[in-house]
Design a protein around this ligand. Structure first.
Ligand code: DO4
Ligand code: MG
Length: 282
């Protein structure tokens, strides 16, 4: 079951279920938001219990990112490819990445508040002061306030490799800026997650209508489990509204690739959907 938010004809934000190519606006009753649905004991049963307005064609609505006031966190260096790419990017700090790939404690960082997140069809930004930029396609866990994984969404952890490569202490500037996080097109709710090998990730980048990058991986390539990452995230930290956790990238384009203004980034997660965004720069 897929759920998200969209802007209706009178520019009001609505929560909806998405089935095939139709959007079913939900009558929320006592529930105030999508985040409140995600915080219920069984979000799938909750959505099933809500009445819907008449369906609208998916192609006729403007989707919004499926987030309310949750924090977005991200994990790093969870795939071998991320470890090798970061070690190439920063000779001086190579051992940090090598050590964190093997350590018990993962790299976790605060990626974005909801207002820096773009949804499907909304622009994502490359920094004005960066010269080497990539998307990071990441399976993103949707967490309830109890840190139960209630669903998955597609995440894009936009990153400036030249800034992070200059000094790892610049990581927050390489990763956190306006429109640096993509989430969507919706949340796919699960009572039980599919096996990691079935959670495939594909990154496609098009420039002037031509594909300039296309690669795939699967969550089974991750060196850590989702539960392990969530366990570390929840150490001495509470999330009263729930949270999103991007689980790291297994795809990094080769060092001669950088994003350009106007590029279209499509990230597909098997069983979830495709998040598509166009790149902007000031
Ligand atoms: O260490 C830097 C960030 C790594 C990251 O974002 C990733 O591996 O996805
Ligand atoms: Mg990342």
């Amino acid at each position: 079951m897929n759920v998200t938010k969209f802007l209706d004809a009178s520019d009001s934000v609505r929560v909806c279920r998405v089935d095939d190519d139709q959007v079913f606006p939900l009558q929320l009753g006592n529930l105030g938001s999508l985040a409140e649905i995600l915080a219920t004991e069984n979000p799938i049963a909750t959505v099933n219990s809500l009445a819907c307005d008449d369906p609208i064609a998916l192609s006729d609505v403007k989707l919004l990112p499926p987030i309310d006031n949750q924090e977005v966190w991200a994990a790093g260096v969870t795939y071998k490819r991320s470890q090798t790419a970061r070690m190439e990017e920063s000779e001086a700090a190579a051992s940090c990445y090598d050590r964190v790939y093997q350590a018990d404690r993962p790299e976790l960082f605060f990626k974005a508040p909801a207002y820096r997140v773009s949804g499907h069809g909304q622009p994502l930004r490359i920094r004005e002061d960066a010269t080497w930029n990539v998307p990071e396609p990441e399976v993103t866990l949707v967490l309830s306030p109890e840190l139960k994984i209630v669903g998955l969404t597609v995440g894009n952890d936009m990153s400036s490799r030249d800034i992070e490569g200059e000094n790892p202490l610049y990581l927050p500037q390489a990763k956190c800026y306006d429109q640096s996080a993509g989430l969507g097109p919706w949340i796919t709710l699960y009572n039980e997650l599919p096996p990691a090998s079935k959670i495939t990730v594909e990154l496609k980048i098009a420039r002037n209508g031509k594909t300039v990058f296309n690669q795939q991986t699967a969550a089974s390539e991750m060196a850590r489990s989702f539960d392990d990452l969530v366990g570390w995230l929840g150490r001495d930290m509470t999330f009263p509204g729930g949270a999103f956790l991007m689980t790291g990238t297994g795809i990094v384009p080769s060092s001669d690739f950088t994003l350009e203004r106007g590029d279209v980034i499509d990230i597909t997660i098997g069983g979830v959907g495709t998040l598509s965004n166009t790149v902007i720069q000031k």
